[in-house]
Design a protein around this ligand. Structure first.
Ligand code: ADP
Length: 324
Protein backbone atom coordinates (compact mmCIF):
# COMPACT_ATOMS: atom_id res chain seq x y z
CA UNK A 1 0.00 0.00 0.00
CA UNK A 2 1.35 3.42 -0.91
CA UNK A 3 1.42 5.74 2.09
CA UNK A 4 -0.04 9.12 1.16
CA UNK A 5 -0.59 10.56 4.60
CA UNK A 6 1.04 10.16 8.01
CA UNK A 7 0.17 11.18 11.55
CA UNK A 8 2.79 12.11 14.10
CA UNK A 9 2.55 12.25 17.88
CA UNK A 10 4.73 12.52 20.97
CA UNK A 11 3.74 10.45 24.01
CA UNK A 12 4.75 9.74 27.60
CA UNK A 13 7.61 11.62 29.21
CA UNK A 14 8.88 14.56 27.16
CA UNK A 15 12.52 14.70 26.13
CA UNK A 16 14.73 17.39 24.58
CA UNK A 17 15.09 16.71 20.86
CA UNK A 18 11.49 15.61 20.36
CA UNK A 19 10.92 18.84 18.41
CA UNK A 20 13.89 18.15 16.16
CA UNK A 21 12.34 14.72 15.50
CA UNK A 22 8.91 16.21 14.73
CA UNK A 23 10.58 18.61 12.31
CA UNK A 24 12.56 15.86 10.59
CA UNK A 25 9.56 13.55 10.19
CA UNK A 26 7.32 16.36 8.92
CA UNK A 27 9.79 17.75 6.42
CA UNK A 28 10.87 14.33 5.10
CA UNK A 29 7.26 13.26 4.63
CA UNK A 30 6.33 16.47 2.82
CA UNK A 31 9.46 16.11 0.67
CA UNK A 32 8.22 12.62 -0.24
CA UNK A 33 4.84 14.04 -1.28
CA UNK A 34 2.90 12.88 1.77
CA UNK A 35 0.40 14.84 3.82
CA UNK A 36 1.28 15.24 7.48
CA UNK A 37 -1.10 15.42 10.43
CA UNK A 38 0.11 16.64 13.80
CA UNK A 39 -1.66 14.82 16.61
CA UNK A 40 -1.65 16.81 19.85
CA UNK A 41 -1.35 15.36 23.39
CA UNK A 42 -0.21 11.88 22.41
CA UNK A 43 -2.64 8.98 22.33
CA UNK A 44 -5.18 10.96 24.36
CA UNK A 45 -5.29 13.62 21.64
CA UNK A 46 -5.68 10.91 19.01
CA UNK A 47 -8.69 9.56 20.90
CA UNK A 48 -10.11 13.09 21.26
CA UNK A 49 -9.38 13.98 17.62
CA UNK A 50 -6.95 16.83 18.35
CA UNK A 51 -5.45 16.51 14.90
CA UNK A 52 -4.20 19.35 12.69
CA UNK A 53 -2.63 19.26 9.24
CA UNK A 54 1.03 20.34 9.24
CA UNK A 55 2.91 22.25 6.56
CA UNK A 56 6.67 22.74 6.54
CA UNK A 57 6.30 26.06 8.39
CA UNK A 58 4.53 24.39 11.33
CA UNK A 59 7.92 23.01 12.27
CA UNK A 60 10.00 26.12 11.58
CA UNK A 61 12.22 27.41 14.34
CA UNK A 62 11.72 24.45 16.68
CA UNK A 63 14.91 22.40 16.25
CA UNK A 64 16.52 24.27 19.16
CA UNK A 65 13.53 24.09 21.52
CA UNK A 66 13.19 21.64 24.39
CA UNK A 67 9.87 19.95 25.18
CA UNK A 68 7.43 19.08 22.40
CA UNK A 69 5.28 21.47 20.37
CA UNK A 70 2.78 18.63 19.94
CA UNK A 71 2.45 18.36 23.74
CA UNK A 72 2.40 14.98 25.35
CA UNK A 73 0.09 13.12 27.67
CA UNK A 74 -0.39 9.93 29.54
CA UNK A 75 -3.57 8.21 28.38
CA UNK A 76 -5.27 5.55 30.47
CA UNK A 77 -7.99 5.25 27.85
CA UNK A 78 -5.51 4.13 25.18
CA UNK A 79 -4.64 1.17 27.37
CA UNK A 80 -8.16 -0.19 26.74
CA UNK A 81 -9.37 -1.79 23.47
CA UNK A 82 -12.25 0.74 23.40
CA UNK A 83 -9.79 3.63 23.56
CA UNK A 84 -7.67 2.19 20.78
CA UNK A 85 -10.80 1.70 18.66
CA UNK A 86 -11.59 5.40 18.96
CA UNK A 87 -7.99 6.21 18.09
CA UNK A 88 -8.14 4.04 14.97
CA UNK A 89 -11.44 5.60 13.89
CA UNK A 90 -9.90 9.06 14.07
CA UNK A 91 -6.96 7.94 11.95
CA UNK A 92 -9.46 6.72 9.34
CA UNK A 93 -11.50 9.92 9.58
CA UNK A 94 -8.47 11.93 8.46
CA UNK A 95 -7.33 9.30 5.93
CA UNK A 96 -4.10 8.84 7.86
CA UNK A 97 -2.35 5.77 6.40
CA UNK A 98 0.53 5.43 8.86
CA UNK A 99 1.66 6.68 12.24
CA UNK A 100 4.98 7.89 13.65
CA UNK A 101 5.15 7.68 17.44
CA UNK A 102 7.88 9.45 19.38
CA UNK A 103 8.16 8.26 22.97
CA UNK A 104 9.55 5.80 25.46
CA UNK A 105 8.93 2.25 26.46
CA UNK A 106 5.24 2.78 27.37
CA UNK A 107 4.48 4.65 24.16
CA UNK A 108 6.01 1.89 22.05
CA UNK A 109 4.07 -0.75 23.99
CA UNK A 110 0.93 1.21 23.12
CA UNK A 111 1.96 1.40 19.46
CA UNK A 112 2.54 -2.36 19.40
CA UNK A 113 -0.94 -2.96 20.84
CA UNK A 114 -2.60 -0.72 18.26
CA UNK A 115 -0.66 -2.40 15.45
CA UNK A 116 -1.75 -5.82 16.68
CA UNK A 117 -5.43 -4.91 16.49
CA UNK A 118 -5.59 -2.71 13.39
CA UNK A 119 -3.91 -2.69 10.01
CA UNK A 120 -1.94 0.50 10.42
CA UNK A 121 1.80 0.73 9.76
CA UNK A 122 3.59 2.33 12.73
CA UNK A 123 7.19 3.41 13.09
CA UNK A 124 8.50 4.65 16.43
CA UNK A 125 11.35 6.92 17.43
CA UNK A 126 13.04 6.46 20.82
CA UNK A 127 12.27 9.66 22.72
CA UNK A 128 13.29 9.39 26.37
CA UNK A 129 16.03 10.82 28.57
CA UNK A 130 16.40 7.44 30.30
CA UNK A 131 18.14 5.64 27.38
CA UNK A 132 16.24 2.50 28.38
CA UNK A 133 15.19 1.18 24.97
CA UNK A 134 17.01 -1.90 23.70
CA UNK A 135 18.61 -2.11 20.27
CA UNK A 136 19.63 1.54 20.09
CA UNK A 137 22.86 2.91 21.56
CA UNK A 138 21.18 6.23 22.36
CA UNK A 139 17.70 7.60 22.74
CA UNK A 140 16.66 11.13 21.80
CA UNK A 141 17.03 13.35 24.87
CA UNK A 142 19.59 11.27 26.73
CA UNK A 143 22.62 13.33 25.76
CA UNK A 144 20.95 16.62 26.68
CA UNK A 145 19.83 15.29 30.07
CA UNK A 146 23.33 13.98 30.70
CA UNK A 147 24.82 17.37 29.96
CA UNK A 148 22.31 19.06 32.25
CA UNK A 149 23.21 16.63 35.02
CA UNK A 150 26.88 17.38 34.41
CA UNK A 151 26.32 21.14 34.80
CA UNK A 152 24.34 20.66 38.00
CA UNK A 153 26.79 18.24 39.59
CA UNK A 154 29.72 20.53 38.76
CA UNK A 155 27.98 23.28 40.68
CA UNK A 156 27.17 21.02 43.62
CA UNK A 157 30.83 19.98 43.70
CA UNK A 158 31.92 23.55 44.38
CA UNK A 159 29.90 23.66 47.56
CA UNK A 160 30.58 20.03 48.52
CA UNK A 161 34.35 20.49 48.53
CA UNK A 162 34.12 23.73 50.49
CA UNK A 163 32.35 21.99 53.36
CA UNK A 164 33.67 18.41 53.56
CA UNK A 165 30.32 16.98 52.78
CA UNK A 166 29.01 13.68 51.55
CA UNK A 167 26.56 14.46 48.79
CA UNK A 168 23.93 12.20 47.29
CA UNK A 169 22.53 13.49 44.02
CA UNK A 170 19.41 11.85 42.64
CA UNK A 171 18.87 11.70 38.90
CA UNK A 172 16.10 10.29 36.71
CA UNK A 173 16.30 7.00 34.83
CA UNK A 174 13.33 4.96 36.06
CA UNK A 175 14.68 1.40 35.99
CA UNK A 176 17.87 2.28 34.15
CA UNK A 177 21.18 3.52 35.50
CA UNK A 178 22.63 5.09 32.34
CA UNK A 179 22.18 8.69 33.46
CA UNK A 180 23.56 7.99 36.94
CA UNK A 181 26.56 5.94 35.86
CA UNK A 182 27.70 8.04 32.91
CA UNK A 183 26.80 11.21 34.81
CA UNK A 184 29.11 10.06 37.62
CA UNK A 185 31.94 9.37 35.18
CA UNK A 186 31.47 12.74 33.49
CA UNK A 187 31.65 14.65 36.76
CA UNK A 188 34.29 12.64 38.60
CA UNK A 189 31.91 11.40 41.28
CA UNK A 190 32.97 8.73 43.76
CA UNK A 191 30.20 6.28 42.98
CA UNK A 192 26.87 5.66 41.26
CA UNK A 193 24.03 3.73 42.82
CA UNK A 194 22.09 2.15 39.95
CA UNK A 195 19.19 -0.31 39.75
CA UNK A 196 21.17 -2.81 37.66
CA UNK A 197 23.56 -3.59 40.54
CA UNK A 198 22.04 -5.15 43.65
CA UNK A 199 25.00 -5.06 46.04
CA UNK A 200 25.69 -1.39 45.84
CA UNK A 201 25.02 -0.42 49.41
CA UNK A 202 27.87 -2.64 50.57
CA UNK A 203 30.13 -1.06 48.00
CA UNK A 204 29.11 2.36 49.16
CA UNK A 205 29.94 1.41 52.73
CA UNK A 206 33.33 0.22 51.60
CA UNK A 207 33.86 3.52 49.86
CA UNK A 208 32.95 5.53 52.93
CA UNK A 209 35.08 3.31 55.17
CA UNK A 210 38.15 3.23 52.97
CA UNK A 211 38.55 5.87 50.33
CA UNK A 212 36.47 8.70 51.59
CA UNK A 213 37.64 8.50 55.18
CA UNK A 214 41.32 8.39 54.44
CA UNK A 215 41.98 10.51 51.47
CA UNK A 216 39.06 12.65 50.49
CA UNK A 217 37.62 15.70 52.07
CA UNK A 218 34.24 15.19 50.44
CA UNK A 219 32.46 12.65 48.31
CA UNK A 220 29.70 12.77 45.73
CA UNK A 221 27.52 9.87 44.73
CA UNK A 222 24.88 9.87 42.00
CA UNK A 223 21.79 7.77 42.68
CA UNK A 224 19.09 6.65 40.25
CA UNK A 225 15.56 7.62 41.32
CA UNK A 226 13.57 4.78 42.87
CA UNK A 227 10.01 4.24 44.05
CA UNK A 228 11.59 2.94 47.28
CA UNK A 229 13.04 6.31 48.16
CA UNK A 230 16.16 6.93 46.06
CA UNK A 231 18.77 9.35 47.39
CA UNK A 232 16.77 10.50 50.44
CA UNK A 233 16.41 6.99 51.79
CA UNK A 234 20.04 6.20 51.10
CA UNK A 235 21.17 9.37 52.86
CA UNK A 236 19.11 8.51 55.93
CA UNK A 237 20.72 5.12 56.16
CA UNK A 238 24.21 6.53 55.79
CA UNK A 239 23.52 9.27 58.35
CA UNK A 240 22.48 6.66 60.88
CA UNK A 241 25.62 4.61 60.35
CA UNK A 242 28.00 7.52 60.07
CA UNK A 243 26.67 10.29 62.26
CA UNK A 244 30.03 12.07 62.04
CA UNK A 245 29.42 13.00 58.38
CA UNK A 246 27.63 16.01 57.04
CA UNK A 247 25.34 14.19 54.60
CA UNK A 248 23.37 16.19 52.06
CA UNK A 249 20.90 15.30 49.34
CA UNK A 250 20.05 17.04 46.10
CA UNK A 251 17.23 15.74 43.92
CA UNK A 252 17.68 17.20 40.45
CA UNK A 253 14.10 16.50 39.37
CA UNK A 254 12.40 17.97 36.33
CA UNK A 255 15.13 20.35 35.32
CA UNK A 256 16.78 17.26 33.79
CA UNK A 257 14.08 17.14 31.13
CA UNK A 258 14.28 20.74 30.01
CA UNK A 259 16.55 22.89 27.93
CA UNK A 260 17.71 23.25 24.39
CA UNK A 261 18.82 19.90 22.93
CA UNK A 262 22.55 19.28 22.43
CA UNK A 263 24.04 18.94 18.96
CA UNK A 264 24.17 15.17 19.43
CA UNK A 265 20.43 14.99 20.20
CA UNK A 266 19.45 17.28 17.32
CA UNK A 267 21.50 15.25 14.86
CA UNK A 268 20.20 11.93 16.21
CA UNK A 269 16.59 13.16 16.04
CA UNK A 270 17.08 14.46 12.50
CA UNK A 271 18.63 11.22 11.28
CA UNK A 272 16.03 8.99 12.92
CA UNK A 273 13.11 11.20 11.82
CA UNK A 274 14.33 11.05 8.23
CA UNK A 275 14.85 7.29 8.51
CA UNK A 276 11.32 6.77 9.88
CA UNK A 277 9.74 8.06 6.67
CA UNK A 278 12.21 6.14 4.52
CA UNK A 279 11.28 2.98 6.43
CA UNK A 280 7.56 3.57 5.90
CA UNK A 281 8.16 4.15 2.18
CA UNK A 282 9.99 0.81 2.03
CA UNK A 283 7.00 -0.94 3.58
CA UNK A 284 8.45 -1.43 7.05
CA UNK A 285 6.14 -1.43 10.03
CA UNK A 286 6.20 -2.09 13.76
CA UNK A 287 9.81 -1.05 14.09
CA UNK A 288 11.61 1.52 16.18
CA UNK A 289 14.38 3.42 14.47
CA UNK A 290 17.63 3.34 16.42
CA UNK A 291 21.32 4.04 16.15
CA UNK A 292 23.99 1.37 16.49
CA UNK A 293 27.70 2.02 15.86
CA UNK A 294 26.66 5.26 14.18
CA UNK A 295 24.40 3.46 11.71
CA UNK A 296 20.64 3.79 11.63
CA UNK A 297 18.95 0.46 12.40
CA UNK A 298 15.39 -0.91 12.62
CA UNK A 299 14.42 -2.65 15.83
CA UNK A 300 11.17 -4.64 16.07
CA UNK A 301 8.88 -3.20 18.77
CA UNK A 302 9.03 -6.41 20.82
CA UNK A 303 12.81 -6.22 21.03
CA UNK A 304 12.96 -2.49 21.80
CA UNK A 305 10.73 -2.77 24.86
CA UNK A 306 12.20 -5.99 26.20
CA UNK A 307 14.06 -4.34 29.06
CA UNK A 308 17.28 -6.12 28.24
CA UNK A 309 19.65 -3.24 27.81
CA UNK A 310 22.45 -4.12 30.17
CA UNK A 311 24.87 -1.63 31.66
CA UNK A 312 28.39 -2.05 30.36
CA UNK A 313 30.31 -3.45 33.35
CA UNK A 314 33.43 -1.72 32.12
CA UNK A 315 31.83 1.64 32.91
CA UNK A 316 31.51 0.66 36.57
CA UNK A 317 35.18 -0.30 36.64
CA UNK A 318 36.17 2.98 34.99
CA UNK A 319 34.19 4.90 37.61
CA UNK A 320 35.72 3.02 40.53
CA UNK A 321 39.29 3.13 39.30
CA UNK A 322 39.16 6.81 38.48
CA UNK A 323 37.69 7.77 41.82
CA UNK A 324 40.41 6.27 44.05
P1 ADP B 1 6.91 6.53 28.11
O1 ADP B 1 6.48 6.38 26.70
O2 ADP B 1 7.76 7.75 28.30
O3 ADP B 1 7.52 5.26 28.65
P2 ADP B 1 4.45 5.96 29.64
O4 ADP B 1 4.97 4.70 30.20
O5 ADP B 1 3.71 6.88 30.52
O6 ADP B 1 5.64 6.86 28.99
O7 ADP B 1 3.53 5.61 28.40
C1 ADP B 1 2.95 6.62 27.61
C2 ADP B 1 1.59 6.23 27.15
O8 ADP B 1 1.66 5.07 26.32
C3 ADP B 1 0.60 5.85 28.26
O9 ADP B 1 0.03 6.96 28.86
C4 ADP B 1 -0.42 5.05 27.48
O10 ADP B 1 -1.31 5.90 26.80
C5 ADP B 1 0.44 4.35 26.45
N1 ADP B 1 0.69 2.98 26.90
C6 ADP B 1 1.60 2.55 27.83
N2 ADP B 1 1.48 1.22 28.03
C7 ADP B 1 0.47 0.80 27.24
C8 ADP B 1 -0.16 -0.47 26.99
N3 ADP B 1 0.23 -1.57 27.61
N4 ADP B 1 -1.17 -0.49 26.08
C9 ADP B 1 -1.58 0.62 25.44
N5 ADP B 1 -1.04 1.82 25.64
C10 ADP B 1 -0.04 1.93 26.53
Amino acid sequence: MEIKSIGILTSGGDAPGMNAAIRAVTRTAIYAGMRVWGIYRGYQGLIEDQIVEFQTQNVSNIIQQGGTILKTARSMEFKTPEGRKKAYENLKRHDIDALVVIGGDGSITGAANLAREYDVPIVALPGTIDNDLAGTDMTIGYDTAMNTIMDCVDKIRDTATSHQRLFFIEVMGRDAGFLALNGAIATGCEDAIIPEVATQYDQLKALVDNGFRKSKSSAMVIVTESPEGGALKLAERVKKEYPEYDVRVSVLGHLQRGGSPTAADRILASRLGFAAIEALKEGQRNVMMGIHNDHVVNIPFAKAIKKDKPIDEELLTVLRVLSI
